[in-house]
Design a protein around this ligand. Sequence first.
Ligand code: SF4
Length: 468
Amino acid sequence: MEAKESCGVVGIISSEPVAVKLFYSMRTLQHRGQESAGMAVFQDGVSCVKGMGLVHEIFKKDDLQKLGGRAGIGHIRYSTSGESALHNAQPVVVSTAYGDIALGHNGDIVNADVLRKELHQKGWAFITTSDSEIIVRLLANAISESGDVVGALKSVMRMLVGSYSLVILVNGEVYAVRDPYGVRPLCIGRLPKGFIACSESVAVEILDGTFLRDVAPGEIIRLGKTGIKSYRGAGSRNPAHCMFEWVYFSRPDSVLQGRNVFRVRGNIGEILAKECPVDADMVFPIPDSGRAFAIGYSTESGIQFREGLIKNRYVERTFIMPEQEEREASVMLKLNPLKYLVKGKRVIVVDDSIVRGTTMRKIVQMLKSSGAKKVHLRIGCPPIIAPCYFGIDMKTRDQFIAAEKNLKGIAKKLAADSVGYVSIDGLVKAIGLPRKSLCLGCLTGEYPMAVPGEKQREQRSLNGFAKY
Ligand code: SF4
C-alpha cells in the first residue's frame, strides 16, 4: 500500500536513566514514521534532541549518555499535519512559569485551524505549522494559570476535536493521554525499574517489560516511579479505533485492544478466500505487508503459499520518494519476481490495501513480463473511498483508485486479471470488535466525529455537530 503513516510516541519513567530505553523503543516503533524523531528527558529541566531521518541516524551514543534524566518522552514522525521540516519535529517543548513542558502527539486535530485563528487573535504566536504546537501551548497556558496538570489536561481535551495519543513530560512526570474515541493506539506497561506508555505493545516487550493494558479512550494516566494513576479526561464517547492499525500500520507482533495484529491479518486472509475465491496455482504475498493475509488466504483456500516476490531489504520504503517516477522505479529496486516460480502459472497476489494503485500496477506488470499466465489481486482492506482526517495521510478523494471504479475497472487499471477486496463486514469480523467501536471512515465516508463537510456516523440531529 502507499499511504503514509502517522507517528509513534513513547514515554518512560524509571529509577535509571531513560534515554537508551527511549532509543530502543523508538527504534521498535520506527515503522510508524521515518521522517524525523526526537526525545526529551527531564533532569533539572527538559533537554531535547531532534533530527530528520531514522532514529539510529539521529541519536549517537554520546548524545544518549549525556541525556541522564530518569523521565522522558520520544516521538517518531511522518508528517500528516504541518510540513516536513526539522522545526516540525517533535517533541514540542515550551517554557512556562511552571517549568518546561514537552509533548509528543500521534494523530490529527480536526479543529486545529479554528483554534489557531482564535489564538492568533488573542496575540499568540506559533513557531511551527504543526497542530501539536497548538495542544502544547493550550496546555502550557492552562497549567500556568492553575498549576494543576491533570485539570489543565482535562480543559484542553474539552477544546480539541480530532485524534490524539499524547505523551507529555512535565516537571519530571510523564503523562499519557488518549482522545475520547481512542482513534490511535496507546498502551502502558511495567518495566523492570519503571513504567512505559507507548503507541504499540511491542515497545513494552523489547524493554523486557510487562504489558499492562491499553489506555482507555478519554483517559489520562500519570506515570510515576512507583506506580501509575488514572484520571478520567474528556467524557469518553463511543470508541472509534482506526481499523487501519490492524490492516497496515501496526507491527504484526503488537496487540491492540486485545487483538494481535498478525492474527487479525490472518483472519482477514481466511475471510478473503471465502469471499473472493479464484482458481489458481499459488498464493503469494507482497512482502512484507501482505504476508499474514496471504498465509490466511492459502490456509482457507488450500492453494499453496509461495514467496514469489523477493524483497531487497536495504531499499527504503517507496513512499519516502516524493516523485511518482522515482516511486515506480523504486518498486523494481525493492521487489523482484522469482521467474522460475511464476512462469506459466496462475498466481494470486495478496496485499494489505490499495490506495492509489500505482505501485500495484507496476508489480502486476513485472509478474506478467516474468511469464505469469494470470495475476489475481486479493486485498485485505475494503476499498478506500474517502479521506482520513485522523492522522493518516490520505487526504484527497481523487487519489483513490477505488473511489469511482467498479472491480472490473480497477482490475483493468492495474493490468490484473481480477481484483477482490475483503468486505467491510468481513474486516470487522476478522478484527473481532463490535463495528460501532471501530473507525471505518475512509471505507464508508461516515466519520466518528464531526468533520466539516463530511457525514458523521450515527448523526441524529444538527445539534450533534461540533461548533467550529
Ligand atoms: S478514516 Fe480510515 S485511516 Fe483514518 S482513522 Fe478512520 S479508519 Fe483509520
